[in-house]
Each structure stands twice: as structure tokens, then as C-alpha cells.
Design a protein. Structure first.
Lengths: 114, 114
């Protein structure tokens, strides 16, 4: 079991470009979460998805950010028209089911906007 | 507001010392609590998961306790080693009203000196 896989590990984008972050959950896991860690800050919840459904997006900015978890393939966090304030580490976690199960995290994608 | 607080923010100890990291949460209606370790520039490694019905969990030199009534959890590390140096994060699932997301504390940065 390869664990939660995120790619790329590092991503540099110029202001105004789009950033696409990918997350493949652990095998058999159908619940995916995205968190953001700003420099010198704690992890903040962004969005919770199950296959093909967004369950909770209350932590995600309403503009420029979107997430999906298609029936086939990885979950994608998409940031359009990036700004310097989007520079952060973005972590994906997965769990077998929802509430009761242990969450496993990927290594993160470190986004730098220049 | 559901918040998680970790004290101290940083801790430096000599090798071999036993130590306790503290986590407090504002709402006792938690579903479970999870302790993680984060190394610099890396992802999160799950250490222990305690369900709300449990009082403690143990793994090797680590022991985590949970006291819902007082809103506290502690992570006890026995016979600390330099390899234990990392940031330790406490995260709480507040139950069905908050979905399945984890609410994180700011972390305790531990340094174990040889």
C-alpha cells in the first residue's frame, strides 16, 4: 500500500497562472480531505470529498478555488489566477470511511507563487 | 467556536527525558482525536488515534490519553531520543455536526538534544 500520494511535491507558478494539485488516496479509501498550511501557521481544513461528491467545502475560498474527486483518477485541487497569498503547503488526507477512521496524510505540495 | 490549543509551543529537552505534550479543545462533544508528527518540510505521520469512548492509546514509547470532560489530551513520550525531534500536532474531529474534518492545534515543536 503506497500511502497517500501527492504530486507535484513542489510547484512554482507566476501570479495569474493556474495551479493543479493532485492527490491519490490510499488504496480502498473513498474519502479525501484537503488542508492548507500557510507559513508559520497551523493546518486549516479546506474541503472534504467522496467519490464524485463534494461533502463539505466550507473551508475553501469561494473564488478561484475548486476541488473534484472523479470516479476514476486522483482528486484535484485547482487554484485559478494564483496570487502570492496562495503560497503554502497543501496537504491531502484520506480515510477508509468518514468519522471514525484514522486519516492518513500525503507529503504535501508546496506551492510558491512568484 | 471549536478550537484546539497546544501548549507549549516549543519544548527542548535532553535525550532520555520523559515528556508530556498537552492539547486542549473547547467542545467536549468530540468524535475522536488524533496525534500526528510533522518533520520539517514533510507531511504528517499519524501516531495515535483515540476514539471518544477510549481513555488512552499506546504505541511503543508513546502514550496518548483523553479526558473529554476536561477537554484535554496528553501525549506522553518516554525515554526521548534525538530522532523524536519534530512538530507534534493534535487534531480533533468534532462529530457529525462538523462533518468529518479535523481541527488542528498549532503544534508543539520538540527538540531532543543528544
Amino acid at each position: 500500500n503506497a500511502g497517500v500520494m501527492q504530486n507535484p511535491r513542489h510547484l512554482v507558478r507566476r501570479r495569474g497562472q493556474e495551479a493543479r494539485l493532485r492527490c491519490s488516496p490510499m488504496k480502498g479509501h473513498s474519502h479525501v480531505y484537503w488542508y492548507r498550511q500557510l507559513p508559520e501557521e497551523g493546518l486549516k481544513f479546506m474541503v472534504y470529498l467522496q467519490k464524485e461528491n463534494i461533502i463539505d467545502e466550507s473551508g475553501m475560498p469561494k473564488e478561484r478555488f475548486s476541488a473534484e474527486f472523479p470516479k476514476e483518477g486522483p482528486s484535484i485541487l485547482r487554484i485559478q489566477q494564483v496570487v502570492r497569498g496562495d503560497s503554502a503547503a497543501y496537504f491531502c488526507a484520506s480515510s477508509l470511511t468518514g468519522l471514525g477512521n484514522e486519516a492518513f496524510f500525503g507529503q504535501g505540495t508546496r506551492l510558491t507563487v512568484v | 467556536k471549536q478550537e484546539v490549543t497546544q501548549i507549549p509551543a516549543a519544548l527542548s529537552v535532553p535525550e532520555g527525558e520523559n515528556l508530556v505534550l498537552n492539547c486542549s479543545f473547547t467542545d467536549s462533544a468530540i468524535y475522536n482525536l488524533q496525534w500526528f508528527r510533522q518533520d520539517p518540510g514533510k507531511g504528517l505521520t499519524s501516531l495515535l488515534l483515540i476514539q471518544s469512548s477510549q481513555r488512552e492509546q499506546t504505541s511503543g514509547r508513546l502514550n496518548a490519553s483523553l479526558d473529554k470532560s476536561s477537554g484535554r489530551s496528553t501525549l506522553y513520550i518516554a525515554a526521548s531520543q534525538p530522532g523524536d525531534s519534530a512538530t507534534y500536532l493534535c487534531a480533533v474531529r468534532y462529530g457529525e455536526t462538523s462533518g468529518s474534518r479535523l481541527t488542528f492545534g498549532e503544534g508543539t515543536q520538540l527538540t531532543v538534544n543528544p
